[in-house]
Ligand binder design. Structure first.
Ligand SMILES: [Zn+2]
Ligand SMILES: [Zn+2]
Length: 495
């Protein structure tokens, strides 16, 4: 599959995927939210043309101008100006803020696991299983130490280098392109393709995959490689450590079972290897090894699975969020029967090329994190346009509710009924406090809980959106709202 890096004529490589909606679907096209939302130049043309979904045939001039800018001309080297600005913005002198990333349960637990496993493995090896004065023992010890150093190096890189943020106030070079992009009120910038605003980081993150509580940072454009390397090395280190734990416990226990628990002094196998062993393998050492073994095996399985997921993300060049967008695109197209085909634009078609976008010898990923090579038939904004369509669609399919009871925003409210208390959604997503009379646009729900966005007084909200969960019991559906004639089953049951 060819990747069009510099498409000289995007109109040619951008076939309009949406045939004119025929009259049978007119009710849908009237409801079609984008048409009303985004007054694109072509939309003012009359007749059949006007019924087309406005986006894909929009001015293509700007697109070629943008791709032709040659930011990537220098290859996978360093990235463009705005990329560097982003690096500066995040790597700047905010040392204190960076250090604060450590003060969170995720890094504390992760570092504790690394510390317990490596320290126990090194102690077990040096004291009992494979003493340092043998050649094999020394090599083993150096390898164990090496795992720890490499794991910590990649872990801290992922945490402190961070994912890379879209520069504050960023706009595309061609102002016409703004119509294809969502605007982030918090960052006061347009959301570059593949970027998403992270509520935890409070910034728009380049090629955001997810916010990882274990590194207390997002996984995205800049740290995708180090994060994945960490996920690769941690299980390998854990497997090595597990081997040491098992062998130490086996050899030591074997001797005790053979010669009795109190006969440490006639521990023949240990004596053969290291006659100077002075610390007996006692019950506490056994307990520590067993505990560390549990941690190491658990980490191997859990982190190994995360590694497989991340490799899939890298080889398909499709982040977890983008997989979700693609799924919703298929949903949307099926719902409105528009006959479009959605092609995910960033998968180059070659796993090796996708891999090289993330892993480079210089350690700096290809490109600048703001514009991306796309495959034939797609253009720079194929995905952002789909996102705009979905956003507008969600607005049409969401249902308006009004709060009839106050709700403080606690996870497990005691005054809202037993079922509400016990069925609180198991997610880190926030809850929103409600006061009687508040209006909420609900987008999805469970039996006793709903998720939605508070409709704020635009003068007072200052651009902050309040989205989250609230008990279904505290709200009632608004009767007067014209949008409520939408089927309620449009609302997604959980996800
Ligand atoms: Zn933002
Ligand atoms: Zn984040």
């Amino acid at each position: 599959m060819k990747v069009s890096k510099l498409s000289s004529n995007p109109t040619a490589s951008m076939p309009d995927p949406s045939p004119p909606l025929h009259t049978g679907r007119d009710s849908v096209s009237q409801r079609s939210p984008i048409a009303a939302d985004c007054q694109a130049p072509e939309a003012v043309r009359g007749g059949a043309e006007a019924r087309r979904f406005p986006f894909p045939s929009l001015p293509s001039i700007s697109l070629s101008g943008r791709r032709g800018h040659g930011r990537r001309a220098g290859g996978g080297g360093g990235g463009g100006g705005s990329g560097r600005a982003a690096v500066a913005a995040m790597g700047g002198p905010g040392g204190l803020r960076q250090a604060r990333r450590l003060c969170h349960w995720g890094p504390l637990v992760a570092l504790a696991v690394v510390a317990v496993c490596s320290a126990t493995a090194m102690a077990d090896a040096a004291l009992w299983y494979w003493p340092l004065d043998t050649a094999g023992g020394s090599v083993n010890f150096v390898v164990l130490l090496n795992w720890t150093v490499m794991i910590l190096y990649n872990y801290f890189s992922a945490m402190f280098v961070g994912p890379g943020y879209v520069p504050l106030g960023w706009t595309p070079e061609n102002s016409q392109d703004c119509m294809y992009l969502q605007y982030c009120k918090v960052c006061q910038s347009y959301k570059a393709p593949r970027s998403h605003h992270c509520r935890k980081c409070n910034r728009c993150v380049m090629k955001m995959d997810h916010h990882c509580p274990w590194i207390n940072n997002c996984c995205g454009y800049q740290n995708h490689a180090s994060f994945t390397l960490f996920l690769f090395l941690a299980p390998l280190g854990c497997i090595h450590a597990s081997f040491i734990f098992i062998m130490t416990m086996y050899t030591q226990l074997y001797n005790r079972i053979s010669f009795g628990w109190s006969s440490v002094k006639i521990d023949m196998s240990a004596a053969k290897r290291d006659p100077r062993t002075i610390i007996p393998f006692g019950l506490s050492a056994f307990a520590a090894s067993l505990f560390a073994l549990g941690l190491a095996l658990g980490t191997t399985i859990a982190v190994g699975m995360l590694f497989i997921i991340q490799m899939k993300v890298i080889l398909t060049n499709k982040t977890s969020i983008e997989s979700w967008i693609e799924e919703k695109a298929k949903d949307r197209i099926q719902y409105y029967q528009t006959g479009e085909t959605f092609i995910f634009p960033y998968d180059t078609g070659s796993k090796w090329k996708n891999f090289k976008q993330v892993f480079t010898w210089s350690g700096i990923p290809e490109g600048d994190g703001l514009d991306w090579p796309v495959r034939d038939g797609c253009h720079q904004y194929s995905l952002t346009i789909e996102q705009l369509k979905q956003k507008a669609d969600k607005r049409v399919r969401s249902v308006r509710y009004r709060a009839i009871e106050d709700y403080s925003g606690v996870c497990c409210p005691v005054t809202k009924g037993v079922k509400t208390f016990f069925t609180t959604p198991c997610t880190e997503e926030p809850r929103i406090a409600l006061s009687k009379g508040d209006l909420i646009l609900a987008t999805r729900g469970l039996k006793h809980w709903m998720y939605g966005e508070k409709i704020l007084d635009s003068a007072a909200d200052g651009g902050i959106r309040e989205r989250g969960w609230f008990p279904r019991k505290c709200v009632e559906k608004c009767q007067y709202d014209s949008e409520t004639d939408q089927p309620v089953d449009g609302e997604k049951k959980n996800r």
